[in-house]
Every structure is written in structure tokens, then in C-alpha cells.
Design a protein around this ligand. Sequence first.
Ligand code: AMP
Length: 290
Amino acid sequence: MQVIRDIDTLRAWRRSRTEAGETVALVPTMGYLHEGHLSLCRIAASHADRVVATIFVNPTQFGPNEDFESYPRDEGADIVKLAENGVHCVFLPTVDMMYPTGYDTFVEVQGLTAPLCGASRPGHFRGVTTIVCKLFHLVQPNVAVFGLKDYQQYLVIRKMVQDLLMDIQVVGGPIVRDLDGLALSSRNAYLSPRGREAATVLYRGLTAAREAYEAGERDPRVLREVALAPIQAEPLARVDYVEVLDAETLGEARPDRPMVVAMAVFVEKPRLIDNLVLGGSPGGRSEEPG
Ligand code: AMP
């Protein structure tokens, strides 16, 4: 696996792949890698000849009072994990490289970014689409793989690709969970043992909503209440949002269309997110992701 730390070398690597007639899949990450990230690398390997992973904690997607400075980092361990999971090239840029002095250009998707994390974290998606757009220009991937754990992000990236006429296939990878259902996240590292236990309420809420849906409940307000109940019963959990929305548009949910139950919950220090699609495949597509 090639470890690349500057833009010129990355561009040269990409040119050589084109000359060799190879396709490239990209997996963007912020590092501190876990099985969720690694599953995306393996999915990427099944879609292209070469896999590029990037590790970059992107300052523009963090709010002023968020955890940019303290976000967990372990570059050495990450490089070993990527090499063991079919990645051919890892790109580790610095903030100065990705945001040259005086930068003044952003990419922003409207509409889909209004609810959920867009409402709770103003500017977050503008930071995400801007950095992903830059990485797309540098890597020029044929395929890009994103986790469905960040469901709204996946829809927003798909929309950016569509709207900006980018010739990139966006693939969604299933959420990887721990044995008790907690979605893997780099931020789980912030949890105390008691907090880690409390964090299972997110999945318990989602499971309760799924059971109600499977028993025939279709009223989004009722499904929301069902998902909310176990979370509100946990003293260490503080709800940021729990919403049931249309799984494709993130507009109002309708009983006859796929819905997404999406939530963001503070448990001790970290804000954890999770989601579940009811009545269809993620993003409203007929085929399974990945
Ligand atoms: P991050 O490093 O948190 O920016 O995540 C990088 C990519 O990994 C994003 O596309 C995430 O959606 C994805 N990801 C993070 N956690 C998981 C998980 N538990 N299962 C699947 N994908 C994940």
C-alpha cells in the first residue's frame, strides 16, 4: 500500500492508474478506523481495480463548539488496518493543503441539508460537500463508497454528484454494529463503560420502531414516539433529534413510501447518530446498497 502525503504524488499515482487502464474507488474517512470503515474498503475493492482511502479530519465540517481539536486520531494503527483490508493507496493531506491560504470557495447542496443534522449543525454539510468535492477532483474516482450510518450525508453526496454532473457511482455501505446493536463510531471511544451501556438506547429505539412498523403501524408520529420512548427512559441520554421522514427526500413521511427513522442523541460527551430505513432500501432505490 502506498502512503501519499502530497497532492502532486497523488495526481501522479492517479495518472499512472489511468495509463494502466484501471478503475479507482475512493473511501473518504476521518480516521481512527473501525470495522465500519474497513467494511467500506472491502466494498470498494469489489467495485474497482484500485482502492484509495483518505484520512483527513476536516475542520470545515465541525462547528465552533464541536470536537475538531479532540477528535480521536491514530495514524499508525489506521495505516496498518487499511493495508490489511485491500486498500492500495492512502492519502493523508494536511489542513493547509486542502484549504490553501485565502480559500473562499464552498460547495453547498440545498434542500436535503435542511433537516436533521443540517438543522442541528449549521454549516456541517457545506464542510462535508466541499471537502468531498475536493477529494473527488484529486482522486477522480469511478466509484465512491459512503456508510449508511451517515444516512443524510449519503443522500447529500449523491445529490451533489447528480447536480454537478460528476461521473462517479456513489455506493452506500450497510451500517456495521457491535454485538449489542450500537453502531460503530470513532466517537464511541469517548464513552465511559456506563455510557457505553447507555448508548444501546439508540438501537433499542430503532428496533422498537421497526417492530411497530412490522406489526402494521404506518403513522410517522406514532413510530417516532415508539423510537423515542427507550431513549427518554435513559438518564445518560439527551435527545438532539428523533425524526421519521421520507427515506428519499427527507421531507414529510408518507405511509405508502419508505421512511427513515433518524436520530442524534448525546450520551455523556459524544453526540451519536443512527438510523433505520423502513419499507424499502436506503435512499429509496430498489436495489440493495453495496
Ligand atoms: P468518518 O470517519 O466518521 O467520517 O466516516 C467515514 C465513512 O465511514 C463515512 O462514509 C461513514 O458513513 C462511514 N461509517 C462510519 N461508521 C460506520 C459504521 N458503523 N458502519 C458503516 N459505515 C460507517
